[in-house]
Design a protein around this ligand. Sequence first.
Ligand code: PLP
Length: 442
Amino acid sequence: MSNRLNTTPNDLRAFWMPFTANRQFKQNPRMMVAAKDMHFSAADGRQVLDGTAGLWCVNAGHCRPLITEAIRQQVGELDYAPAFQMGHPKAFELANRLIDIAPDNMANVLFTNSGSESVETALKVALAYHRVKGDGSRTRLIGRERGYHGVNFGGISVGGIVANRKMFGTLLTGVDHMPHTHLPEQNAFTRGEPEHGGDLADELQRIVTLHDPSTIAAVIVEPVAGSTGVLVPPKGYLKRLREICTQHGILLIFDEVITGYGRLGSAFASQHFDVKPDIIVTAKGLTNGVIPMGAVFVTQEIHDAFMQGPEHMIEFFHGYTYSGNPIACAAALGTLETYKQEGLFERAAELAPYWEDALHSLKGEPHVIDIRNIGLVGAIELQGVAGEPTKRAFACFVRAWEKGCLIRTTGDIIALSPPLIISKSQIDELIDCVRTVLNEVA
Ligand SMILES: Cc1ncc(COP(=O)(O)O)c(C=O)c1O
């Protein structure tokens, strides 16, 4: 046997890091070695306040006891069970607990291992649903400019983030995009849902008319667009999308990978906005980010449409080796229990006004051209350095890390989404840190 493994130096070269400026990172690494509640411990021993719930996922804070204990127990009891043609009790228990907190039109859950896989699953369910109903000409998928739906081919096809799409050829065919809803001239510094832009939903009607409704399978949107820099839906926008989809027999998919599990102060954004989609895509906060897992919710009608043909036959040819993995299920059950026992969704709703005031206190600081917020999410949009997009926000990110706060940037936008356990004084600390770095960067 080769002993090459033992001779490769333990340096930073081998790991090609995801969505990372690899060369910059490896010159000056930002390493985390531990985490508890609201803080990371950096490799140099500093405590770093988590202003982003990791990557929008650690909604209950870090290393929470119910979750770690659930995983510990499960791994010693049933480590893995085949996902196809076999079951284990926790997958069923979790599906039921999820339906308990989902919008009341949701009846069934499919498990995945990430947001990207949840998106692919939802798109495939939508296409197959129309086909099993004998409506197989509905093959088009409609997304939105600036949408983020993960990194797999379906997701980047319906997504609208140019850097994520441009390298990868023609993508899925038959996809169209609605315009995004970012209207800074009219809506800058809006608190919560903007007044202007609800009529942009009518662009869906234009697209539907262009292609004919009989060709369209589904529309997918993030209720609040997150990764593009937090775009809160204009008043009436989501309701109008729902109306148009219902009118034309088109499925409406909400990608709630970021908004799911309490971020807006309710279990799902769908409940917050009182708009019921046909499919809900989730991941991240499902397991508090601790174990990779996603869940896709569908209505009874969608599920039942597949339940036909001989009973020994597989009804839907889709699934993953790790769909409903026992350890992931245990982590998710521990997470849901933590949310419930600590009332974290309600806590997010209660903190939202304080969060809003704190964020908007940054108005007037250097470079700030817009501030947006909803629930426990916020964005501070900066004027970019002329000719060097993303540079200013990235400088803020690096400085904030050095000062002991984890923030996130996308383009020239700072996006904040702390764990729902954040205290008011920690909100102040986070916002003060952002204020300081805004005043320091060129
Ligand atoms: C709305 C949305 N959909 C999908 C994804 C992809 O999730 P994952 O990175 O788990 O594949 C993300 C990730 O940020 C997201 O924000």
